[in-house]
Design a protein around this ligand. Structure first.
Ligand code: UFG
Length: 326
């Protein structure tokens, strides 16, 4: 049995889907209820879920008493960089405090394996791309710092208590499950691909391009967009690795290819078959020029293989989901 914290969110639902496909038993723990879409009249994510906060010790204890967990996949957390700057306390309480509360419960119940959802934001403004796992970690906002603190905590728990972990440093998770039943929906939405697709859906009049003066071929920032289903599969591989792992590991999780903001918009126009109105604005504070994953480590060590690494396929899958939400 695998406990997935944050399993009701965008990445979480895709991770749950992958675990189910691999025949694993799953329990979701999230502040929100697990979405319950139906496929041919049957639940698409047929797993038990607990609606509670990580700070709720009683709810955690009841969950660990009720089920016998082999490992935890810890995805629960707040993720909006700008909000983390304005309201750092929320981020330290949830991402660090909530994480500590989870680790304490794991120790109480002897569950000593964890897969952690970390982030490329750890690297701040990197000096080179592709970024390798051992490149300098220099987060530049509270969000990135909370994720880095939790990684360091995991390291300390490994040394002192023998906890084994896999930390997955996500690049830009995007796209949606091929069923079209689960996909990316944040409130408020801050991510590029959903914002772009909301223009043809007439949910917003235009999409902003944050900065056109970067030192890149078209002047806009470059990111490594990874299909959320490929990202989800890495969690299954990480859980399997932890079954007899003697060493904890950190992995960058991206395709190793970069696309500019303008390329994403052009791809969306092709997929949607309409032009998408844009407005050029100054850079968003704290944005790196390029974030591209060096991904050889996870490919070599966990045999991870992306199946949907084409930007067109990623945007098409996102479009299928967004259209279905109308
Ligand atoms: N962008 C725009 N206009 C928008 C929104 C975004 O031009 O309206 C640009 C951004 O400036 C950036 C790119 O599109 O260059 C991607 O931006 P996102 O907000 O979609 O994603 P980020 O790269 O900022 O951040 C995401 C996650 C973080 C994570 C990071 C790691 O939100 O949690 O990827 O790469 F840390």
């Amino acid at each position: 049995m695998i406990l997935v914290t944050g399993g009701a969110g965008y990445i979480g639902t895709h991770v749950v889907r992958s675990l189910i496909r691999h025949g694993m038993d799953v329990v979701v723990y999230d502040r929100r209820p697990l979405p319950q879409p139906l496929l041919d009249g049957k639940p698409f994510l047929p797993v038990p879920f607990v609606v509670a906060d990580l700070a709720d010790r009683q709810a955690l204890d009841e969950t660990f008493e009720k089920y016998e967990f082999e490992a935890v996949i810890h995805l629960a957390g707040d993720i909006v960089v700008s909000e983390s700057v304005a309201e750092p306390e929320k981020y330290y309480l949830n991402n660090v405090g909530g994480g500590m509360s989870l680790l304490a419960a794991m120790r109480r119940y002897g569950v000593m394996k964890i897969v952690f959802s970390s982030t490329a934001a750890l690297f701040g403004l990197p000096e080179r791309v592709p970024i390798l796992e051992d490149d300098p970690v220099r987060p530049i906002n509270p969000y990135g710092r909370t994720k880095w603190m939790f990684e360091q905590m995991l390291d300390d728990y490994d040394r002192a208590y023998g906890l084994k972990f896999v930390s997955l440093r996500y690049f830009n998770a995007s796209g949606a499950d091929s069923s079209g039943l689960i996909g990316e929906a944040h409130d408020p939405e801050t991510h590029l691909i959903p914002l772009v697709l909301e223009v043809p859906l007439q949910k917003r009049p235009y999409v902003s391009i944050f900065g056109t003066d970067y030192d890149t071929p078209d002047g806009t920032a470059i990111r490594d967009y990874i299909h959320v289903s490929d990202l989800a599969e890495a969690h299954v591989l990480a859980v399997k690795y932890l079954r007899d792992a003697s060493e904890s590991r950190c992995y960058n999780l991206g395709n190793g290819r970069g696309h500019s903001v303008r390329e994403v918009i052009a791809t969306a126009e092709e997929v949607v078959g309409a032009s998408i109105r844009t407005v050029e604005t100054p850079r968003r504070p704290g944005d790196a020029e390029r974030l591209i994953a060096g991904n050889e480590r996870i490919i070599n060590e966990l045999s991870w293989k992306p199946n949907y690494n084409d930007l067109n396929v990623i945007v098409e899958s996102a479009w299928r989901w967004h259209k279905g939400q109308n």
